[in-house]
Design a protein around this ligand. Structure first.
Ligand code: MN
Length: 161
């Protein structure tokens, strides 16, 4: 998935009202990439999957509990990149602010990128709840000329896949 940059993240928030991290410079690349899922009780409960890439956190909103076992496919909607520091964020985003509601860390750890093509990521996740090999597959846009579909499928792969 392409970087969406941190501008959208910045523009949606008022950092004098929310305790979410202010965007700073993206982190330098290094081994052991951050993985986190934040359970976010916004107007609709969802799970924010975040994978460090290019010094920021690629972010996807998963409307249902992430797939802890094989055979469960979840929609994951790409949203704006979040700053690296967001991986540690827990707290309550105040009423009236973007994403108002409680954020808690549902799972965290590291991941290794196994395969990356424009519409497919395969990752080995070493978290507490999610462990093993997972795929993110970009859904095709209805309009075939568009390549910017934000909808992905997120699922666990069989062992040895
Ligand atoms: Mn969210």
């Amino acid at each position: 998935m392409k970087s969406m940059g941190l501008e959208k993240y910045r523009n949606k928030r008022n950092f004098s009202h929310t305790s979410e991290p202010r965007p700073v410079k993206p982190k330098k690349p290094r081994p052991g990439l951050a993985y986190v899922v934040q359970k976010h009780a916004a107007s609709r409960l969802h799970y924010d999957l975040r994978l460090e890439e290019g010094g920021v956190l690629r972010s996807l909103a998963v409307p249902k509990e992430p797939p802890v076992r094989e055979g469960v496919k979840r929609l994951a909607v790409q949203v704006e990149d979040h700053p690296y520091e967001y991986k540690d964020f827990e707290g309550t985003i105040p009423e009236g602010e973007y994403g108002a509601g409680k954020v808690e860390i549902w799972d965290r750890g590291e991941y290794v990128l196994v395969e990356k093509t424009p519409g497919k990521w395969v990752v080995d996740i070493k978290g507490g709840r999610l462990r093993g090999r997972f795929a993110l597959i970009q859904l095709k846009a209805k309009d075939k000329t568009r390549r910017d579909n934000v909808n992905w499928l997120f699922f666990k792969l069989k062992k040895g896949a």
